[in-house]
Design a protein around this ligand. Structure first.
Ligand code: FES
Length: 365
């Protein structure tokens, strides 16, 4: 069976099911060099699966390093308007462990676990008549996802887009952005580099985004919904610039191209169950057929680890959605940071990392 017959070309979307991150691995089907130290990895699930997400969201990849799984969150650069695969575009920063491992070990055909998609950094979450996308470096990835979606589904949308890089050769997706700039009638694209390069002539913008340039790039920037993604210092300067210009910051949305918290390597589950304290409540992990005990100030993730039950987790801050589990019974207090949707809560899901028991609880883990 070749790759195409396996993918079942004759299937329609309504005959297929959305990807289930708890049950299906992702298979790498393509790896592309985009710029120095930047690659795009494209994944599919199986021939009967499609991907449902908002442009601009992220996934968490579980990278099987030799000394234990490493969880890393990456923004999707693909568009849900092409729902049979997803792609992440990643840059190996200096000192990077996870991304460098991906570069060195992942090949076409490899299968890995992933969780999500999640996140609120999407024009679908903040609909507006006009947008301004501002990015630097690999912060272009969620903008690319949104631009690809707009090109496929609403190409006449009014978008100003500024993408910055150190040198011309560091501009990620340069050719595709320029093509979109020609095809989308109301896309005003600006590519800006900090310095010219010995490798090619550059006739575009040179320098940095500053208060003088901002109104030249988008004279009506105060009327636009602004999305910003890039290094922390870049986003801070954009925030300050917009604030000083009197921009309504309720219409400003930002996302670091890494999660805004340090991703953690998962610790191995404890071998022995913890001794219950006086106020401990019984926690049952149904799929593992294990029972543990937890105090009201402990998260279900902590209690699971103490009981030797593995729940995948990345941010441990209620942001990424990786630790989502179904609650079968009992009461918890959950204080999340956007890693779970209201509909998922209504369906009985909780985030283990930021849920504390308020009674005996049973969860599917
Ligand atoms: S580990 Fe990220 S939301 Fe729980």
């Amino acid at each position: 069976m070749n790759a195409l017959t396996e993918f079942r070309l004759n299937r329609h979307l309504d005959e297929m099911v959305p990807w289930n991150d708890r049950q299906q691995l992702l298979e790498i089907i393509d790896i592309v060099d985009e710029a120095p130290e930047v690659k795009t990895f494209t994944f599919r699930a199986d021939g009967q699966t499609w991907f449902r997400y908002k442009p601009g969201q992220f996934v968490t990849l579980e990278l099987p390093l030799p000394d234990g799984p490493l969880m890393r969150t990456y923004t999707l650069s693909s568009s849900p308007s092409r729902p049979f695969s997803i792609a992440v575009t990643v840059k190996a920063q200096g000192g990077s462990v996870g991304t460098r491992w991906m570069f060195n070990h992942l090949t076409v055909g490899a299968r890995i676990r992933a969780f999500g998609p999640a996140g609120d950094f999407s024009l679908h979450s903040h609909p507006a008549a006009k947008y301004f996308f501002i990015s630097a470096g690999s912060g272009i990835t969620p903008m690319m996802s949104m631009l690809r979606w707009l090109n496929d589904c609403a190409p006449a949308t009014d978008v100003a887009c500024l993408n910055c890089a150190r040198r011309p050769e560091d501009l990620i997706f340069r050719e595709e952005l320029e093509l979109l700039g020609q095809r989308m009638p109301r896309l005003a694209l600006t590519l800006m580099v900090k310095g010219r390069s010995m490798r090619e002539n550059w006739f575009g913008h040179v320098g940095r985004l500053d208060a003088a340039r901002l109104p030249l790039l988008a004279p009506d920037f105060r009327d636009r919904e602004i999305f910003c993604c890039g290094p922390d210092a870049f986003m801070r300067s954009v925030r300050e610039m917009l604030g000083a210009a009197g921009f309504d910051m309720a219409r400003y949305h930002e996302e670091s191209f890494a999660m805004p918290v340090a991703p953690v390597r998962e610790t191995a589950p404890a071998a022995a169950p913890a001794v219950p304290s006086a106020d401990a409540m019984q926690i049952r992990f149904a799929l593992s057929d294990v029972e543990g005990f937890g105090a009201p100030d402990e998260s279900l993730l902590t209690i699971a680890r103490a009981a030797g039950v593995r729940i995948p987790a990345a941010c441990e801050s209620g942001l990424c959605g990786t630790c989502k589990v179904k609650k079968v019974s009992g009461d918890v207090e959950m204080n999340h940071n956007g890693g779970i949707l209201d509909e998922e809560i209504e369906e009985g899901f909780i985030l283990a990392c930021c849920s504390q028991p308020r009674s005996a609880v049973e969860i599917e883990a």
